[in-house]
Design a protein around this ligand. Structure first.
Ligand SMILES: Nc1nc2c(c(=O)[nH]1)N[C@H]1C(S)=C(S)[C@@H](COP(=O)(O)OP(=O)(O)OC[C@H]3O[C@@H](n4cnc5c(=O)[nH]c(N)nc54)[C@H](O)[C@@H]3O)O[C@H]1N2
Ligand SMILES: Nc1nc2c(c(=O)[nH]1)N[C@H]1C(S)=C(S)[C@@H](COP(=O)(O)OP(=O)(O)OC[C@H]3O[C@@H](n4cnc5c(=O)[nH]c(N)nc54)[C@H](O)[C@@H]3O)O[C@H]1N2
Ligand code: SF4
Ligand SMILES: [Mo]
Length: 761
C-alpha cells in the first residue's frame, strides 16, 4: 500500500490575522522574490514582460482571460502567475546524477514540494522492471519501449492516456488522435476532477458545456454572484475585472463558507489607488453558506423570485424568454414552490433575512452574472446545484443578453481547449465522424474511462499502461492509497513532464519520464520556430510563443513526443501525416480547422492580435439540447450533514501552491504560516469536540465501505468557517476522499464534502 512519506510532519505553525484585502504591493514583492529565487533577473524579465502580451507567453497559471489587445498593462499578470511561470523558468536542473543518487523508493518518501523544488527535468529516464533506480535512456529507445508495450496489449482499452489542462491545443488534438487511431477512448483528464460537473449541468440544460460570459459582460453586469471560488488566490486578475464592475456601478455578492481575503477588498497593484489607497471593496454582501448548502440556497432564492412575481405579476420573471426559449418551467416551478424553509435554513446555515437580502439584490438588477469554481463542482450534488443556478439565470432571462450569464471559472490555462480538441472519453459521434472523414480510420465508438474509472481499471488489472500528458495524476486523484496501488499494478507508467512529481516515483513495474519543453521555451522544428494555441475560460483562442532557451538540449516538444510515439506504435500504415505535424504545427491547425466546430480558417484567425472568440450558441439564441430549448430542471439532493462528533471537510488550495505542488508552507491571506498540515475548524466546534487550538490529531474519514482512510498529524486551527464545516489543504488530504464519493451524473470526485472525525495523537 502507500509508502508513508517522512515529510508527513506538521512543521512549525505560526498564525497571523487573516487578511481582509488581496494583492497590492506585497503581491508584487512576493512574485519578484519567488522569481528571483528560482532564476536570473534576465530570465525573470523575459518571462514577466512578455507574459499575457499579444506576441508573448500565455500565463501557464489559470485560465482567466486577457483584456483586449489595446487594453493590456505592461505587467499583465498576478503574483501567482509570476510564480507559476518562474517555477517553470527555474534555473535548477534534475540530472542523471540526481537519479543515480536517489533511488525511486527514496524519492517516494519526499513530498511533491521537495520533488518540484529540484528543478527542470533534463533527459528521458527509464526505470526498468525490478530496478529501484531511474537510468538515462535515449529518446528512440524510450519511445520504442512505450510503443512496444502498447502494441503488446490484448486490447487498446488496456491503455489509458491522461491529460492535464496545461497541454496546448495542438498537443491535445494529437493525443486524442493518436489514442483513437490506436483504438481507445480512454482519455481521462484533470477536468474530470475540476469542472466536469459544470460541463454536465450546462450541456443538459443549455446544450453547451462552456460558459456564456465575456470579460465585457462581467464588467457591465449589475450584479455578480461569486459562488464557491477564491479569486484572490486562484484567479487574481479576476479581481481587476471585478474592480471594473464596481467602478461601473455593479454590485457583488460572495457566497462561500470562508471569508476569503480577495472577496473582501482588492488593491490593484497596476493602479496608483491600489498601491497607496485602501483599494476597492469587492463583495457588497457575503453569505457564509455551509459546505454543500448552495443547492438549498438557490432553490430558496428561486422560490422567493416566483413569489415576488405572484405579488407583482409581470414585473419579476422574463416571461418572454421563458415562453419562447425554455421548456420544463411548470415542473420546476411546482417543485421549487414546495421548498421547505426549515430545511433551507439548516442546510445553508443562513437566516431567512440573508436570503431575502439576496433576492432584493437580484430584483434590483437587470443583468446578473454567476461565477463559480470548485466550491460548487466538487460535491455529490454538484450537477443539480449548477442546474439550479441555470434555473435561476433563466427566470429573469439572464442568458444571452449583454452583462449576464453563466461563468464557470476554469482552472488550468488550457483545460477548456483540451476538451474542445477532443480530450474526452465520450466525444459525440459528430466529432468522431469528422475524424473518420478527415483521416480515413475508424475511431472507436464505445466510451472510454474517466479519471475515477481509470483508477478502478488499473486496480483491477484491466488497464496496464498509463501515459500522463502533463499533470500529477497520483497526487491529484482521490483516495491516495488506492490510487497509488492502482498505479503500482500497471506494467508501465509513463509521463510527459516538465518537473518531477509524485507520479514519477509511485510507478508501475517499469516507468518512463519523458521531459518536455514548457510554454516559456523557444520551440524550433524542421519547419522553423513554432507557437502553440490555447483557449481561455471565456472561449478566446490565441497564441502562446516561448521566449527562453530550452532548459536542456535533450528536451522534445509535446507535439514531437506524440508524433514519434504515434509513428512507432502505429507503424507505416498510419493514415495520419505525423512527420508533417511534427515539422509544422500550422499543419495540425489546418486539420483542426476542418474537424472542430468554430475553428474554420484557424491559422489566419489565430494570427490576428489577441486571437478570436469561439461562437457561443446560447448567446446567439440557439440551444443545442434535445428539445432545442433551454431546459428548466427539477433538482433534489440532501446537503451534507455530519453525524455528532464529526465535521464536513472541504479540501482546498492555499495561496502558495499550484494544484498538487505547494511552493511554500504559507497561506498568507488566511494568516497560516509554516505548516500545511492544518485543519481550519470553527472555534465553537473545537470546544464542543473537547479539542483546542494547536492540538495534534489524525483526520479520519467516514465512508460506508469498511476501509479506514487516515491523514496523520494535523494541527487544529480555529477559523471563521460555519459550524460543522472544516477546511484543509489538497493534496495532503486526498487520502481521505473515497474514490466512489462522486457526483452521480458527472462522476466528479466530491472532494469538498468529506465526513471526518479527529483522533488526538
Ligand atoms: N494560485 C493558484 N491558482 C490556481 C490554482 C492553484 O492551485 N493555485 N489551481 C487552478 C485550478 S486547476 C483550479 S480548478 C482553480 C480552482 O479555484 P477555486 O475553486 O477558487 O479553488 P479552491 O481552493 O478549491 O477553492 C474553492 C473555494 O470554494 C469554497 N467552497 C468550498 N466548498 C464550498 C461550498 O460548498 N459552497 C460554496 N459556495 N463555496 C465552497 C472554498 O471556501 C474556497 O473559497 O484555480 C486555478 N488557479
Ligand atoms: N482533494 C482535492 N483533489 C483535487 C482538487 C481539489 O480541490 N481537492 N482539485 C482537482 C483539480 S481542479 C485539478 S485541475 C487537478 C489537478 O491535477 P493535475 O493537472 O494532474 O496536476 P498539477 O498539479 O497541475 O500538475 C503539475 C505537474 O504538471 C507538469 N507540467 C507542468 N507544466 C507542464 C507542461 O507545460 N507540459 C507538461 N507535459 N507537463 C507540465 C509538471 O511535471 C508538474 O509536476 O487536481 C484535482 N484534485
Ligand atoms: S490571473 Fe491566472 S492567467 Fe492571469 S496572471 Fe494570474 S495566474 Fe496567470
Ligand atoms: Mo482544476
Amino acid at each position: 500500500m502507500r509508502t508513508p512519506s517522512h515529510e508527513e510532519t506538521p512543521g512549525e505553525l505560526t498564525r497571523t490575522e487573516p487578511k481582509d484585502w488581496a494583492a497590492g504591493v506585497p503581491a508584487v514583492r512576493k512574485a519578484l522574490e519567488y522569481s528571483l529565487s528560482e532564476t536570473t533577473p534576465r530570465r525573470t524579465a523575459l518571462t514577466l514582460l512578455t507574459m499575457n502580451q499579444v506576441t508573448g507567453i500565455d500565463c501557464p497559471g489559470c485560465a482567466w482571460p486577457d483584456p483586449a489587445p489595446g487594453k493590456r498593462h505592461v505587467n499583465e499578470y498576478c503574483e501567482n502567475g509570476a510564480k507559476h511561470i518562474n517555477d517553470e523558468a527555474t534555473s535548477k536542473r534534475v540530472t542523471r546524477e540526481f537519479f543515480a543518487q536517489h533511488s525511486v523508493s527514496d524519492l517516494a518518501q519526499r513530498s511533491d514540494q521537495w520533488l518540484n523544488d529540484q528543478g527542470r527535468l533534463t533527459e528521458p529516464m527509464l526505470k526498468r522492471a525490478g530496478s529501484d533506480h531511474y537510468e538515462p535512456v535515449a529518446w528512440r529507445e524510450a519511445i520504442g519501449l512505450l510503443a512496444d508495450e502498447l502494441r503488446s496489449l490484448d486490447s487498446p482499452d488496456e491503455a489509458t492516456f491522461y491529460t492535464s489542462g496545461r497541454v496546448s491545443n495542438e498537443a491535445a488534438f494529437l493525443l486524442q488522435l493518436f489514442a483513437r487511431a490506436y483504438g481507445t477512448n480512454n482519455l481521462p483528464d484533470c477536468s474530470n476532477m475540476c469542472h466536469e460537473s459544470s460541463g454536465a449541468a450546462l450541456h443538459e440544460t443549455l446544450g453547451t458545456g462552456k460558459g456564456t460570459v465575456t470579460l465585457l459582460d462581467l464588467q457591465h453586469a449589475d450584479l455578480v454572484l461569486l459562488v464557491g471560488q477564491n479569486p484572490g488566490s486562484n484567479h487574481p486578475r479576476q479581481l481587476s475585472a471585478l474592480e471594473e464592475t464596481k467602478l461601473n456601478g455593479g454590485r457583488i455578492v460572495a457566497i462561500n463558507p470562508l471569508p476569503e481575503a480577495g472577496l473582501k477588498r482588492f488593491k490593484n497593484p497596476q493602479k496608483p489607488r491600489g498601491v497607496v489607497g485602501r483599494g476597492v471593496d469587492i463583495a457588497d454582501r457575503f453569505l457564509q453558506v455551509r459546505i454543500g448548502g448552495d443547492l438549498a440556497l438557490f432553490r430558496a432564492l428561486n422560490r422567493l423570485l416566483l413569489e415576488a412575481e405572484d405579488a407583482a405579476p409581470g414585473t419579476v420573471l422574463d416571461r418572454d424568454f421563458i415562453d419562447t426559449s425554455t421548456s420544463g418551467f411548470e415542473a420546476f416551478s411546482d417543485h421549487v414552490r414546495s421548498t421547505d424553509w426549515d430545511q433551507v435554513l439548516t442546510d445553508t446555515g443562513l437566516t431567512r433575512a440573508e436570503i431575502e437580502g439576496l433576492r432584493d439584490e437580484v430584483l434590483a438588477s437587470d443583468r446578473v452574472v454567476v461565477c463559480w469554481a470548485m466550491g460548487l463542482t466538487q460535491h455529490r450534488h454538484a450537477v443539480p446545484t449548477i442546474r439550479e443556478i441555470v434555473n435561476f439565470l433563466m427566470l429573469r432571462g439572464n442568458l444571452g443578453k449583454p452583462g449576464s450569464g453563466a461563468c464557470p471559472v476554469r482552472g488550468h490555462s488550457n483545460v477548456q481547449g483540451d476538451r474542445t480538441m477532443g480530450i474526452w472519453e465520450k466525444m459525440p459521434d459528430g466529432f468522431l465522424d469528422a475524424i473518420q472523414q478527415e483521416f480515413g480510420f475508424d475511431p472507436p465508438r464505445h466510451h472510454g474511462v474517466d479519471a475515477v474509472k481509470a483508477i478502478h481499471a488499473m486496480h483491477d488489472g484491466d488497464v496496464k499502461v498509463f501515459l500522463g500528458m502533463a499533470g500529477n495524476f497520483v497526487s491529484a486523484a482521490p483516495d491516495t492509497a488506492y490510487t497509488e496501488e492502482a498505479m503500482r499494478r500497471c506494467r508501465l507508467t509513463a509521463h510527459v513532464s516538465t518537473k518531477l512529481n509524485r507520479s514519477h516515483v509511485v510507478t508501475g513495474e517499469a516507468a518512463l519520464i519523458l521531459p518536455t519543453l514548457g510554454r516559456t521555451e523557444v520551440d524550433v522544428q524542421d519547419g522553423g520556430p513554432q507557437f502553440v494555441t490555447v483557449e481561455n475560460s471565456m472561449s478566446v483562442v490565441h497564441q502562446s510563443r516561448g521566449k527562453l532557451e530550452p532548459s536542456s538540449r535533450l528536451l522534445l516538444s509535446e507535439v514531437a513526443i506524440l508524433c514519434r510515439l504515434a509513428r512507432a506504435t502505429l507503424g507505416p500504415d498510419t493514415t495520419v501525416p505525423w512527420d508533417t505535424f511534427e515539422a509544422d504545427y500550422g499543419a495540425i491547425r489546418d486539420r483542426i480547422s476542418r474537424i472542430v466546430p468554430g475553428f474554420g480558417d484557424f491559422n489566419a484567425r489565430v494570427a490576428e492580435p489577441g486571437g478570436f472568440a469561439l461562437p457561443n450558441p446560447v448567446n446567439e439564441g440557439f440551444f443545442l439540447t434535445e428539445t432545442g430549448t433551454a431546459q428548466f430542471s427539477v433538482n433534489t439532493g440532501e446537503a451534507p450533514h455530519a453525524p455528532p462528533g464529526h465535521l464536513v471537510l472541504q479540501t482546498l488550495r492555499s495561496h502558495d501552491q499550484w494544484n498538487t505542488i505547494p511552493y511554500t508552507d504559507d497561506d498568507r491571506y488566511r494568516g497560516i504560516h509554516g505548516s500545511r498540515r492544518i485543519v481550519m475548524v470553527n472555534a465553537d466546534d473545537l470546544t464542543e469536540l473537547g479539542l483546542a487550538e494547536g492540538d495534534l490529531v489524525d483526520v479520519v474519514s467516514v465512508w460506508g465501505d469498511g476501509v479506514e482512510r487516515r491523514a496523520p498529524g494535523f494541527r487544529l486551527v480555529p477559523y471563521p468557517t460555519p459550524r460543522g464545516c472544516a477546511a484543509a489543504y489538497y493534496p495532503e488530504t486526498n487520502v481521505l476522499v473515497p474514490l466512489d464519493h462522486v457526483d452521480e451524473t458527472s462522476g466528479q470526485p466530491a472532494s469538498k464534502s468529506i465526513t471526518v472525525r479527529f483522533e488526538r495523537v
